[in-house]
Design a protein around this ligand. Sequence first.
Ligand code: G
Ligand code: G
Ligand code: MN
Ligand code: NA
Length: 250
Amino acid sequence: RDVKFALNNALNLDEFYLDYQPIIRLASGEISAVEALVRWKHPQYGILAPDLFIPEAEHSGAIIPIGRYVIAAACAFAATIPAAIAVAINVSAVQLHDASLLETIATCLATHGIAPARLEFELTETAMLDITPQTVAALEGIKALGCGLSLDDFGAGYSSIATLFYFQFDRLKIDRSLIRDAIGESRRRIILRNITRMARDIGIIVTGEGAETEQHRTALIELGFDDAQGNLFSPPLPAAELQRQLREVA
Ligand code: G
Ligand code: G
Ligand code: MN
Ligand code: NA
């Protein structure tokens, strides 16, 4: 198909790159992790956000080689920042069905000398709708390598308690719609407070997404969140900008 050709061609032409958005530890303000977000520097259309091409990449299968590029680039970046900071990588359900995923991860870790625990793989809850023996093996394989697993966009629409019940996630990312709508609404705050309590009791880090205001920060702390991500703290940044900021702190 045309789209598949265009995506593979873009990969060959090196038109994809990653920005990184910090995930902040609320208690200390320190960076806990950074989330890699892929962009397409399109020769005609400029910089394209992932929601404009990831669905087509998933549909056409081009997400497999694009995903390999993302994992390799994220590992290369991890080698350039302090070891206390993890790098979060989004993966689609299609990638979990790729028999070479675990080998790709292991090879990239070895090539760049990265401790496995520094990578966290983010799965959206929609990816978790499509559970098969292969995806179960992929999730268990990621854990067996020593990497982390995050459940992304939790609460956005298809959240299933079974996902948390059967898989050992290390991080739960609460979707930004819930964070936004929780402000000042006591019933909703009770729900979130109990989600963070449950997560803490089973040893899962909870991140609030889309934190945009001081009010969000205060609410997230009060509701028991560990970490937060959003424009209040930092938008997604080019690798070089984040490296520069981290050198200044050091
Ligand atoms: O940056 P933005 O808000 O447009 O990202 C939208 C979504 O695109 C992210 O939440 C994530 O689910 C998806 N995405 C971003 N980067 C990647 C990637 O490298 N691989 C995959 N599979 N999905 C990604
Ligand atoms: O994986 P996920 O779809 O959650 O990716 C996070 C997306 O959310 C990124 O594409 C990023 O650009 C976007 N984002 C990050 N911080 C904020 C924020 O504070 N507000 C809004 N509206 N979007 C954000
Ligand atoms: Mn994500
Ligand atoms: Na998300």
